[in-house]
Write a protein that binds this ligand. Sequence first.
Ligand SMILES: Cc1cc2nc3c(=O)[nH]c(=O)nc-3n(C[C@H](O)[C@H](O)[C@H](O)COP(=O)(O)O)c2cc1C
Length: 229
Amino acid sequence: MKILVLNGSPKREKSDTMHITRAFLEGMNEASPQDVHIVNIIDKHIEFCTGCFSCKRNGGECIHHDDMKVLLSEVLESDLLLFSYPLYAYGMPAPLKAFIDRTMSLSSMAMKKQGDRYVHVGQADFSHLRYMMICGCGFPNSKQNFEPAIMQFKLMFPNNYNIITVPESPMFNASEAAEVTAPRLELVRQAGKQYAGKGKIDDSLLAEICSPMIPEEVYAAICNGEIMP
Ligand SMILES: Cc1cc2nc3c(=O)[nH]c(=O)nc-3n(C[C@H](O)[C@H](O)[C@H](O)COP(=O)(O)O)c2cc1C
């Protein structure tokens, strides 16, 4: 499978979230060899969308001439888009949002009804694409934290999506936490293997992966320097 990893963390490969993403890809590779290309979005020249809509009336031609042209062709040549990013203000980091906004050119101005809502009609065929969101965050709570990002992802990519969210993710970069992060990454590897094999992840496994690694009060106390890890 051709996998385009869009790493939205400004920390590039030092990203807490990328620990989860790498474990997932390892699991996928274990099931069958994958063709993976990782793009650090922060290193790409991506101008902000100006909202002129000329791309929507213009066969997809944007007024900006930057790295998006190559990135969009890579998107269309991929089988799976894996968005790996930290939760920033309950959403995605700004550079990744700039990338998402610039995918505007893939659809036309025309709208059509789909279920209860309207969506734009495609200017390109991306029906073959599958979408994966892997998101880490700094707070120990999943509830009242990840929901806006999850909802945004589901609305953007209503078909063929899977979502992994992991709270307390700075622990992945703390060697003292290996006792709890290593087993969690093993579960993520299993999820990657399942996903590559059957295109989905068992609900029970997903629930385990998305739960806090240590009790939230303990995590908060460690972060606040009240107890030693
Ligand atoms: C600007 C900014 C906004 C953040 N907003 C949230 C947030 O809304 N919820 C949360 O739990 N963590 C938030 N965090 C914490 C990050 O999600 C957390 O540090 C994460 O582990 C960073 O992942 P990365 O190393 O992959 O970039 C925020 C961090 C920054 C820098």
